[in-house]
Design a protein around this ligand. Structure first.
Ligand SMILES: *[C@@H]1O[C@H](CO)[C@@H](O)[C@H](O)[C@H]1NC(C)=O
Ligand SMILES: *[C@@H]1O[C@H](CO)[C@@H](O)[C@H](O)[C@H]1NC(C)=O
Ligand SMILES: *[C@@H]1O[C@H](CO)[C@@H](O)[C@H](O)[C@H]1NC(C)=O
Ligand SMILES: *[C@@H]1O[C@H](CO)[C@@H](O)[C@H](O)[C@H]1NC(C)=O
Ligand SMILES: *[C@@H]1O[C@H](CO)[C@@H](O)[C@H](O)[C@H]1NC(C)=O
Ligand SMILES: *[C@@H]1O[C@H](CO)[C@@H](O)[C@H](O)[C@H]1NC(C)=O
Length: 572
């Protein structure tokens, strides 16, 4: 069942003549609905407060517990999701120009090379409502218009996070202001309208819905941007009175944790903590209108008899922390709260009421959508399809890549009302390995500070195993230094990977395929090989992706090692 460009052409021709459409030619090409919330955490348990998402998605689909965004901030994460490329290959690394935002997306040529355009080329009708990218605003929305849509109705800056005075822009129309109306309710009506339109068109469709909830509220007060707690619909204002941010091991701890700027934060006083709990409740309240919208979508999909033939995907651009490691509400770091994000998929042949620990990331989403629709994968995808059937998931459990590469450039800022400092030098590369024996997070900051956490025994990332040189510790039976050598080499190979080298990371180190995972790489016969590798080392901190700042790169003359397969024969 392939929707090739030829099929697409036929579909268009048949569509115009009002005949059987593509559906007559291809029995049942599936549809996709993708819901992408803004800043929704996994680790602060927000999904526990969304009973309708649970009912329609978690109970009837597969929950990917180890799904990650690779760059924990809106625009880079969204561009990665819609291009299938890591941020170091899109060079969209920030929310605003010069390093990110909609103008940079256009300048990098992605307006003709991203998911909506590709899906249209494959014969799909493509609909979108909600936030697309940051810095897509009431002034630049038409220069150029985002490409690839049958109908779009975008939320525009600077009103994207103004919950009671949003601005939407439909097709070629002028932006329209919705003063006094609750943004997610406006969005829900638009989403339902687009679904009706998609059904009327009798073509297979892709519908993307991107609410701004539960992002912080932002008002532009004569030029200065003020962050505040998100705003709920009035009907949800009194819910969850007793709920607080989960008091996990890293919540406002007595001792400082992390490295770099995080390490220097002071413990929050009770006024600050109380307000952060309020901020948390406002997020949960704001998510209620999203939960209701999901319910509304499912009842419409059901009444249109589309549920059997539609994949529904639910995720968020990046995660969120509140008080963890003493940080003010925000994202942008490599901590688990920021990078672990929801992913739930429901649809034909998707395992129901299933949770998997397979490691997946936003880099995989475009490839996943291609695969679900039987479109041939692009060679330049940095990610690979996420398996959805029970059988495919079980097969992948032994074969699939067990890590994600995390990267960030620039600064981190709090989004609450306290401590509004912008923390510079928040530039780093990380690697999150999830395997039974080695469940780790490794990060190297642009200041060359190193962090390594044992995520099984220290899920809150409170004890950096490298703090005292790591000499005292062993990790799954190996001295830490040896584990770090492997992680260094893997990170070196991943930080500038492209396409296949991202998809098959160990192959760039071991071209003969003898090493498939960290455990394989730990074999003693590779000790010399890993010891000899040049390490990841930053030359300086920069706010964007400037290769000169990032030290040796895999493949340049400083890093030429690859296991020849000859020096360390199997019998050693
Ligand atoms: C989902 O599975 C769990 C056990 O894994 C079971 O207790 C629960 O009833 C199931 N829920 C549904 C809706 O099938
Ligand atoms: C709402 O936004 C519009 C612009 O879209 C602006 O003209 C109007 O003054 C705003 N209303 C309020 C109450 O801020
Ligand atoms: C905020 O408002 C000022 C005018 O009051 C405007 O010049 C500026 O562009 C706005 N900022 C943003 C980010 O929209
Ligand atoms: C609590 O901390 C906040 C943020 O640092 C500060 O603004 C406030 O004055 C402090 N309040 C008290 C009572 O110390
Ligand atoms: C940022 O890192 C550079 C080194 O690249 C250092 O010189 C500078 O002091 C750091 N700035 C801050 C604000 O930490
Ligand atoms: C990324 O974009 C920035 C800003 O335009 C530019 O300075 C930098 O050279 C680009 N990096 C790469 C690797 O192309």
């Amino acid at each position: 069942m392939k929707l090739t460009p030829v099929a697409a052409l036929c579909a268009a021709v048949i569509g115009v003549t009002g005949q059987q459409q593509v559906l007559g030619q291809r029995p049942d090409p599936p549809n996709i609905v993708l819901i992408l919330t803004d800043d929704q955490d996994v680790r602060l348990s927000s999904l526990d407060y969304m009973p309708l998402v649970k009912k329609h998605l978690v109970d009837k689909g597969t929950y990917y517990d180890k799904h990650y965004c690779t760059t924990a901030v809106c625009c880079p994460a969204r561009v990665t999701l819609m291009t299938g490329k890591a941020a170091h290959n899109t060079n969209i690394t920030d929310v605003n120009p010069p390093y990110g935002g909609y103008p940079k997306f256009v300048r990098q040529g992605f307006n003709s090379a991203y998911l909506p355009v590709w899906l249209q080329e494959a014969g799909y009708n493509v609909y979108y409502t909600g936030k697309l990218f940051n810095a897509h605003n009431v002034d630049n929305y038409n220069s150029p218009y985002p490409a690839g849509f049958t109908t779009h109705d975008f939320l525009l800056d600077p009103f994207t996070y103004n919950y009671m005075n949003s601005s939407f822009q439909r097709n070629q129309d002028q932006p329209q202001s919705y003063e006094g109306e609750y943004v997610t309710d406006v969005l829900a009506q638009k989403a339902y309208g687009l679904l009706d339109e998609a059904v009327d068109a009798k073509q297979p469709f892709f519908l993307m819905i991107a609410p701004s909830a539960p992002h912080a509220d932002i008002q532009n007060n004569s030029g200065s941007l003020t962050f505040d707690a998100p705003v709920s619909a009035p009907r949800h204002a009194n819910m969850f009175q007793d709920i607080k941010v989960p008091r996990t091991a890293n919540f406002n701890p007595d001792i400082p944790s992390g490295a770099n700027w995080i390490r220097s934060l002071e413990k929050q006083n009770s006024t600050n903590v109380n307000w952060n709990d309020h901020f948390h409740r406002q997020r949960l309240r704001a998510l209620q209108a999203v939960d209701e919208m999901v319910d509304g979508l499912f009842s419409r999909l059901d009444s249109h008899k589309l549920l059997q033939n539609t994949y529904i995907i639910y995720s968020s651009d990046n995660g969120f922390h509140i008080g963890n490691h003493r940080m003010q509400p925000g994202k942008s770091t490599g901590c688990e709260e920021d990078i672990n994000v929801p992913l739930i998929i429901r649809g034909p042949n998707v395992a129901q009421n299933q949770t998997t620990q397979l490691v997946t990331s936003h880099t995989d989403i475009a490839a996943t959508i291609f695969s679900l629709l039987d479109i041939p994968l692009r060679e330049d995808f940095d990610g690979s399809p996420i398996p959805v059937s029970k059988k495919a998931i079980e097969e992948a459990e032994t074969k699939r890549r067990e890590h994600v590469q995390v990267e960030y450039w620039g600064f981190a800022g709090g989004e609450g009302i306290y401590d509004r400092r912008l923390h510079q030098n928040n530039t780093f590369k990380g690697i999150r390995v999830v395997a039974e024996e080695c469940n780790l997070y490794y990060q190297i900051w642009c200041t060359n500070e190193h962090e390594l956490y044992d995520m099984s025994n220290d899920p809150g990332q409170m004890h950096n195993l490298l703090e005292d040189g790591g000499k005292l510790y062993t990790l799954f039976g190996f001295p830490i230094g040896k584990v770090v050598q492997r992680l260094d080499a893997l990170l070196m190979a991943q930080k500038s990977c492209k396409g296949k080298t991202c998809r098959e990371p160990w192959k760039s180190l071991h071209p003969d395929g003898r090493v498939q995972n960290l455990k394989d790489a730990m074999a003693e016969r590779f000790d010399g090989f890993y010891e000899a590798q040049i390490k990841v080392q930053w030359d300086y901190c920069h706010n964007g992706y400037v290769p000169e700042a990032e030290g040796p790169m895999f493949g340049d003359e400083r890093v030429e090692f690859a296991d020849s397969g000859l020096m360390w024969p199997d019998w050693v």
